[in-house]
Ligand binder design. Structure first.
Ligand code: PBG
Length: 327
């Protein structure tokens, strides 16, 4: 057979396959999202996300320690307050759930990098991501509250803030607020390319943040659109975003690649609750091999071009990297 080029030559044996591997992964690229709620002694499994829990402030340390031991050094905090109101005042309360969790984490786990999700939906009685004017979210009024929320997170010990509300102009509003208060070195990771997605379903169960009426389509993006995502990413970079996020990940890897090719800042991909739930459910039925699917899914996000990966499987992925199964 006269065949000089044989791609299979580079596929014989694990050592060679690893040598020529194009995508490398590192534990430092992983961020774990954690749910913290009011109360004490709580370790409550989330029914739609088996293996994931809501913790109270006194129990969250168990998970944080396990993450640190596995090599995950960054966490994104989500708060579940006891009290919700029209204006989401728990989001920026000095003694709010996130603020208290940050203070404790900063004191007890200073080696952990603390990121917070900045949004109103977990704190508003109507479950929308901002304050309402009639049946609509009032963009510009919401900006003031988001900026206030971001500032209170940073004052409580957040190392980075991540606005996920999708209001226009929120990166600039948060940047100004942080700068005016002396936090000009605190980075903003913007959920810039965030779609109105059914993949957030389990998260909304976990956080009790489903909108009580309507949907989020007037602020999150229509999933038929791609150029619009680039527009959002470029705008947020111009407003001062330090990192751009694409969310969800699995069905949006085209956007990860496009954004990676468009902006000069690091790109994050968020493998959301519905992605986790699908893998868990199929694995529990014995239809797929959970470990192999976790590895393949994570590698595909990095192959698509993300630099940072947010995932409920962060601890497992860190362990698989350590064991040489991926990366
Ligand atoms: C808050 C927020 C959501 C998620 C992250 N931040 C929910 C939403 O936008 O409805 C989803 C995360 C996940 O599904 O894992 N706005």
């Amino acid at each position: 057979m006269d065949m000089q080029i044989r791609p299979r030559r580079l596929r014989y044996g694990e050592a060679l396959r690893k040598m020529v591997r194009e995508t490398r992964m590192d534990q430092s690229s992983l961020i774990y999202p954690i749910f913290v709620k009011e109360g004490s002694g709580i370790v409550e499994e989330i029914p739609t996300m088996p293996g994931q829990y809501r913790y109270s402030i006194d129990t969250m340390g168990r998970k944080l320690e396990a993450l640190i031991d596995a090599g995950v050094s960054s966490v994104m905090f989500f708060g579940i307050p006891d009290h919700k109101d029209e204006i989401g005042s728990g989001a920026y309360a000095e003694d709010g759930i996130i603020q208290k969790a940050l203070q404790k984490a900063a004191k007890e786990y200073p080696q952990l990098y603390r990121i917070t999700d900045v949004c109103m939906c977990e704190y508003t009685s109507h479950g929308h991501c901002g304050v309402l004017c009639g049946q609509e979210v009032d963009n510009d009024k919401t900006l003031e509250l988001l900026a206030k929320t971001a500032l209170s997170h940073v004052q409580a010990g957040a190392d980075m803030v991540a606005p996920s509300d999708m209001m226009d102009g929120r990166v600039a509003a948060i940047r100004n607020m942080l700068d005016q208060n002396g936090y000009c070195t605190t980075p903003i990771m913007s959920y810039a390319v965030k779609y109105a997605s059914a993949f957030y379903g389990p998260f909304r169960d976990a956080a009790g943040s489903a909108p009580s009426f309507g949907d989020r389509k007037s602020y999150q993006m229509d999933y038929h659109n791609s150029r619009e995502g680039i527009k959002e990413a470029l705008l947020d970079v111009a407003e001062g975003a330090d990192i751009i996020m694409v969310k969800p990940a699995m069905s949006y890897l085209d956007m990860v690649t496009k954004i990676r090719d468009t902006v000069q800042v690091p790109v994050a991909a968020y493998s959301v609750s519905g992605e986790y739930a699908m893998i868990k459910a199929a694995a529990s039925l014995g239809y797929i091999d959970e470990e192999k699917i976790i590895c393949e899914t994570a590698a595909s996000a990095f192959r698509a071009g993300c630099d940072i990966y947010l995932t409920y499987y962060a601890q497992e992925i860190a362990q698989y990297i350590q064991e040489g199964k991926i990366g």
